[in-house]
Design a protein around this ligand. Structure first.
Ligand SMILES: C[S@@+](CC[C@H](N)C(=O)[O-])C[C@H]1O[C@@H](n2cnc3c(N)ncnc32)[C@H](O)[C@@H]1O
Length: 307
């Protein structure tokens, strides 16, 4: 049984997304439902993000780097001294980060939000199987517009999910994060952003648009606009860390993982490939062509404190 009231929410706790996506041709729900199981090829723990490389660790061990990214997010939430911290995952995927936090902090209470009903079901099953279903809950909702109680979280984070939010400054997502945090609470966002450098060519800009379409992103956050919005909302202690080199060793796994996936699933497994699944294969291959040092896309971890 899944705990039904970890956060005093009951079932109607969060509004379902009503906004429609503009540019992308496959919707978010369809994309993550069809391509979702394929993330197992990237991470058996369903960490649907890139890894954080620390000097001295083995860059061949992808899952360890993905897990280290979870640890880095948790460290920046600064909740280790709280008796029973309450954390909210804005765009939790299949809950890999939630389960990592539950393993690291026995008293933590966790809530994950996703817009994808299939992910809610699958993540809840994985949480139960991991034995941490009582301390965490995954629910369907839109992180730009929840009806979760104001000021009720010690920390909120968005790990490679803010890219799906509206606008270059991701204003609606950040405003909701501010509303949900208690005074002194912490926000951590780790994701790809567009930096100040322009596209090198029109072709590179077209590749960027294709990448966004594949991953159902309207537009990436623009770093300057994002940090200005944080200030405008009243966040303090804003820190921007450029992690391009930290994530590069895990990005380097993409060709091998892609090849292995194509051979096992498509060529020999003969599984039906839908457009969403092909998009999920193509996007990471395009990524290095638009990322630093070739292009304007760069990976950052941004943390801030609610006033
Ligand atoms: C690439 S996955 C990352 C999942 C997870 N953070 C991880 O690192 O494993 C992006 C997630 O963001 C979620 N998402 C995108 N837009 C959302 C929205 N408006 N509200 C809630 N979740 C959203 C998707 O449903 C998906 O679960």
């Amino acid at each position: 049984m899944i705990a039904t009231d970890v956060h005093g929410l009951e079932d109607a706790g969060v509004q379902t997304a009503a906004k429609t996506q503009g540019v992308p041709r496959i919707g978010l729900e369809q994309y993550y439902s069809e391509a979702g199981p394929d993330y197992a090829a990237w991470s058996p723990e369903f960490n649907m993000h890139f890894g954080y490389y620390r000097a001295g660790t083995n860059p061949l061990k992808r899952e360890a780097m993905l897990e280290q990214m979870n640890a880095e997010v948790l460290a920046r939430l600064r909740v280790e001294k709280l008796a029973e911290p309450k954390l909210l995952d804005l765009g939790c995927g299949l809950g890999g980060t939630l389960r990592s936090f539950a393993r690291r902090m026995p008293k933590v209470r966790l809530l994950g939000l996703t817009r994808v009903p299939w992910q809610v079901k699958r993540a809840s099953t994985l949480n139960e199987a991991a034995g941490c279903g009582a301390r965490m809950r995954v629910i369907e909702g839109d992180y730009e517009d929840t009806i979760l109680p104001r000021g009720s979280y010690d920390g909120v984070y968005a790990l490679e999910s803010s890219c799906h939010a509206h606008g270059a400054d991701k204003g609606a997502l950040l405003a909701e994060a501010y509303r949900l945090l208690r005074p002194g609470g912490r926000l951590v966002v780790a994701d790809g952003f567009l930096g100040a450098r322009p596209f090198a060519s029109a072709v590179q800009e077209r590749i960027y648009r294709k990448l966004c379409e594949c991953w159902v992103i309207e537009e990436l956050g623009e770093l300057d606009a994002f940090t200005v919005k944080l200030e405008q909302l009243g966040f303090t202690d804003i820190a921007v860390e450029h992690l391009q080199l930290r994530v590069a060793p895990s990005v380097a796994h993409v060709p091998w993982v892609t090849l292995k996936f194509l051979l096992t699933d498509v060529v020999f497994g003969k599984k039906k490939m839908t457009r969403a699944r092909w998009n999920n294969v193509l996007a990471p291959v395009l990524l290095p062509l638009v990322s630093a040092p070739l292009g304007p896309m760069t990976y950052c971890m941004i943390s801030a404190t609610r006033r």
